[in-house]
Design a protein around this ligand. Sequence first.
Ligand SMILES: [Zn+2]
Length: 85
Amino acid sequence: MDTTHPKDLAAVLARFVSVWSSSATADHAAPALTCMELDALLELFVTVGALDAAAEWMDAHTVNEPECEGHFVPGTPPNRPTMPL
Ligand SMILES: [Zn+2]
């Protein structure tokens, strides 16, 4: 059941991006995320045009994730290993 009004959804997304695009938040939380969790967040940021936030989270995630070889970015070839941000 979808009860979210489109205007409410836009406001919710704007608030989410505003809060979660903080570099301090990215530095604190991104290293703790799995690659799949980060991909879901990156997809949201890229979809709403928050490319700087996506880059911040990607950088913060890979600093302490030596096993991570990169993340898929929607709209890019599937095997592209890094974000073009
Ligand atoms: Zn990763």
